[in-house]
Write a protein that binds this ligand. Structure first.
Ligand code: NAD
Length: 383
């Protein structure tokens, strides 16, 4: 079975789906591995390193896609010379990548029509059994860390308390909104840098985790059930949302740094910081909005842009994992390796749809879209 690793063509994307170490593990498992020339350059791996690991280096991108039994990528396939890259894949081939099927469900339709078996890394369940394949978490963890560093270098003051002969500097006040994987790592990073940290999430169970990394949990009395099946956050109604926004404003205005990561998968990001609240913040304060590409948690955010509003800097980076491609590629490559090993039996991919990981992560197979939420999104788009 031939496993191909495509080069990422998106502007600013430096990650790669496999690194030489994981390629050598695939080769040891008996797979033939093809790597597109230059695929690893952004993450610091040249073609020679992949060749040493046992891969064949392929310069012809279309050939690599056409011949692949399994194609591994970071970002969803795009267009090349006006043609859809998915059209290069042979019917029956398997594509494993982030595919953003809830944001752009049309890709599921294209893949199903082409008889491609697609695994969407966003659909790997966030369960203990699937942890080693959970690429959303591995990338969000690093994004949370990077977001806090970005805030620290953008702030016109330092994070830790310092007692010096020239006077005492109080610690910076940091607020983290949304304490999932990215938020928790953002808190831990701010604490390591010496800031005083407060945090809020609509899931009350997060309180203990927040306290365990040394932050204070903000409690807001919400009269709505905020937790869905499986312990995930629910999208709350507009009254509750308004209540959260108002409840948070006194904490936001006192903070030097706010990192926002609040999100319910597949939904528009909840608005947590109104423009009027930003206007009341201290001049020089910094907001980093990680949810900007799904609408933003702050009313001033513009995805991919830096905005200054009433002296407050609002940063909305859209691909922080790519800013540290060495580690994020290493982690993503391992997530993919673990998934391929999980799917492979006797050198072939065997799909047992009674298995919850395979059932959840498989987006298309045998001409069908298998995910109900993606099907619903497609219906809405077509109406
Ligand atoms: P996650 O699902 O683990 O965490 C999201 C958290 O938001 C959850 O704890 C949830 O309870 C909370 N939440 C939901 N609605 C809320 C509300 N109304 N108020 C307060 N909290 C609420 O997600 P994650 O993996 O930590 O990722 C967080 C965000 O960061 C996502 O939007 C993700 O797309 C984004 N992200 C961005 C980048 C980037 O480079 N910009 C990189 C990775 C992740």
């Amino acid at each position: 079975m031939k496993i191909a690793v495509a080069k990422e063509n998106e502007l600013g994307e430096l990650r790669v789906a496999q690194i030489p170490d994981t390629v050598s593990r695939l080769v040891k498992q008996g797979f033939e591995v093809w790597v597109e020339a230059g695929a690893g350059v952004g993450a610091g791996y040249d073609d020679a390193a992949y060749a040493t690991a046992g891969a064949k280096i392929i310069s012809d991108r279309a050939l690599l896609w056409r011949e692949a039994d399994v194609l591994l990528k970071v970002n969803p396939p795009g267009k090349q010379d006006g043609a859809l890259e998915t059209d290069w894949l042979k019917p029956g081939a398997t594509l494993i990548s982030f595919l953003n099927p809830l944001g752009d469900p049309a890709i599921a339709q294209q893949l199903a029509q082409r008889q491609i078996t697609a695994f969407s890394m966003e659909l790997i369940p966030r369960t203990t059994r699937a942890q080693s394949m959970d690429a959303l978490s591995s990338q969000a963890n690093i994004a949370g860390y990077q977001a806090m560093l970005l805030a620290a270098v953008s702030l016109p003051r330092i994070f830790p308390m310092m007692t010096t002969a020239a006077g005492t500097i109080p610690p910076a006040k940091v607020l983290v909104l949304g304490v999932g994987v990215a938020g928790l790592q953002a808190i831990a990073t701010a604490r390591r840098l010496g800031a005083v940290v407060e945090a809020f999430d609509i899931r009350p169970t997060v309180k203990e985790e927040v306290q365990s990394v040394g932050a204070k949990f903000i409690e807001i009395n919400l009269e709505e059930d905020t937790v869905a099946e499986g312990g995930y956050a629910k999208q709350v109604g507009s009254n509750t949302q308004e209540r959260i926004c108002q409840g948070l404003s006194e904490y936001v205005t006192k903070a030097d740094v706010v990192i926002t990561t609040a999100q319910v998968p597949g939904k528009i990001a909840p608005l947590l910081i109104a423009k009027e609240t930003v206007a009341q913040m201290k001049s020089g304060s910094v907001i980093v909005d990680l949810a900007a590409d799904t609408g933003g948690n702050c009313a001033c955010s513009e995805a991919g842009k830096d905005v200054i509003y009433h002296g407050v800097t609002i940063l909305s980076p859209v691909n922080l994992p790519s800013s540290v491609p060495v580690n994020t590629s290493q982690m993503y490559a391992k997530n993919l390796l673990n998934l391929v090993k999980y799917l492979a039996k006797d050198g072939e991919l065997k799909l047992d749809f009674d298995d919850d990981i395979i059932n959840s992560a498989c987006l298309t197979h045998a001409g069908e879209i298998r995910n109900e939420r993606v099907k619903e999104k497609l219906l809405v788009v077509s109406q």
